[in-house]
Design a protein around this ligand. Structure first.
Ligand SMILES: Cc1ncc(COP(=O)(O)O)c(C=O)c1O
Length: 381
């Protein structure tokens, strides 16, 4: 059976993670990027074996990076992950923050493409840099003209600038294409902007699309990617991630304070490594379920809420819904929560372009997806 179809709501309500504990039990949660799956068997085995042995000290070694390199080679035909130019870190946002601090200075502009993962704004501000918007185009793809103009303005500040790319994009599920990424690299060189690609959703690509690692495109050699198995194998609570430097960013990575490598958890390192090495079949099953869920959600919305426009994702298990035709104000998630008891991602928190939108986490069973749409529909009847 598909891992997305194996758990009932009663099973899921026994979980104690933020998805299942932030709201009272009568609220159906679909607001956070956690999946309603049973773990891949090799992952569960690696972690429970370690627990049984009391193997819960500090992680060491290059096993995670090597597993990621092998996965990248096999899945994406990309051999650009070099153990000597990579560092295991606590999680993706820690890796992103630390790399941004290496390549920019206090007050530096960090360009982002809203609507985008809300913590991008918060982390950039926390490290004393300035988030600078280059919104996605009306088609949900990178607006290269706007990006070039924003890079030029960032360069004019005289401070070293960086671009925090979300590839694939959360919340729209856009898988940036090789030609788009090559243009990004050209623009970044032209304006002296350093690129940091958050590629946490990379393994989650739906039927008909492909993931292109940013570091695989020509001209991206001085960039960084930050990756993790946490989204694709539902391991967000088992902390670990990897910073990968391009060939010309090695010297920057050497300046990384040694303590930044202390953050990953042993459970994370072991679980993520097992996922990348042995979790491919499980992932393929989940991906086929997610592609089916995309059609199912589109069908349910067409039937119950035809005014809502679904941005069909190419990647991620997120669905970005334009609810403006329902006239529920800037934050329809508030209305759906209050009237329908369904918790969705709040559009305005994703920055400019987010008003009137909600984000649905679609990594669940078809029955739960139907119930999410039912609760949304009941809110506007
Ligand atoms: C684009 C993006 N980056 C980072 C994260 C968080 O990753 P981590 O928990 O490894 O910091 C998420 C979580 O959903 C995400 O969607």
């Amino acid at each position: 059976m598909n891992p997305l179809e194996m758990l009932t709501l009663d099973d899921l309500h026994t979980r104690t993670s933020v998805k299942w504990r932030l709201y009272p039990p009568d609220v159906l949660p679909a607001f956070v990027a956690e999946m309603d799956v049973v773990l891949a068997e090799p992952v569960e085995r690696a972690m429970t074996d370690a627990l049984r042995r009391g193997d819960t000290g500090y992680p060491i070694g290059t096993g995670y990076v090597e597993a990621l390199a092998a996965f990248a080679s096999q899945r994406w035909g990309w051999d650009g992950i070099d153990v000597g130019r990579s560092l295991m870190v606590a999680d993706v946002m820690t890796g992103v923050s630390e790399v941004l601090q290496l390549v920019t200075e206090p007050g530096s502009p960090v360009i982002v493409n809203p609507p985008v993962y809300p913590p991008f704004f918060a982390f950039v501000s926390k490290i004393g840099r300035r988030a600078t918007d280059a919104p996605l185009g009306a088609d949900g793809r990178l607006d290269l003209e706007a990006l070039g103009e924003t890079f030029a303005r960032a360069a004019a500040t005289g401070l070293p600038a960086a671009y925090l790319l979300c590839n694939p994009q959360n919340p729209t599920g856009t898988a940036h294409r090789p030609d788009e990424l090559a243009s990004v690299a050209r623009l970044a060189h032209e304006h002296g902007v350093r690129v940091v690609a958050d590629e946490i959703h990379a393994p989650i690509v739906l039927d008909g699309a492909r993931f292109t690692p940013y570091l695989s495109v020509e001209g991206a050699e001085d960039a960084f990617s930050v990756m993790s198995a946490s989204k694709a194998w539902n391991l967000a609570g088992a902390k670990a991630g990897v910073v990968v430097a391009g060939a010309d960013a090695e010297e920057d990575l050497e300046r990384m304070p040694e303590v930044v490598g202390h953050g990953a958890s042993q459970m994370g390192a072991l679980g993520h490594t097992a996922a990348l090495r042995e979790g491919g079949d499980w992932l393929d099953e989940v991906l086929s379920g997610l592609s089916a869920n995309r059609s199912h959600l589109a069908g349910e919305l067409a039937r119950r809420l035809p005014e809502v426009r679904l941005w069909e994702p190419e990647a991620t298990y997120l669905a970005w819904l334009d609810c403006r035709a329902l006239e529920l104000g800037d934050d329809p998630a508030e209305v759906f929560l209050e009237r329908g008891r369904v918790a969705l991602g709040s559009g305005p928190t994703f920055g400019p372009g987010g008003a009137g939108h909600v984000r649905v986490t679609a990594a669940t069973s078809k029955a739960v997806l139907s119930e999410i749409v039912e609760r949304m529909a009941s809110s506007v009847r």
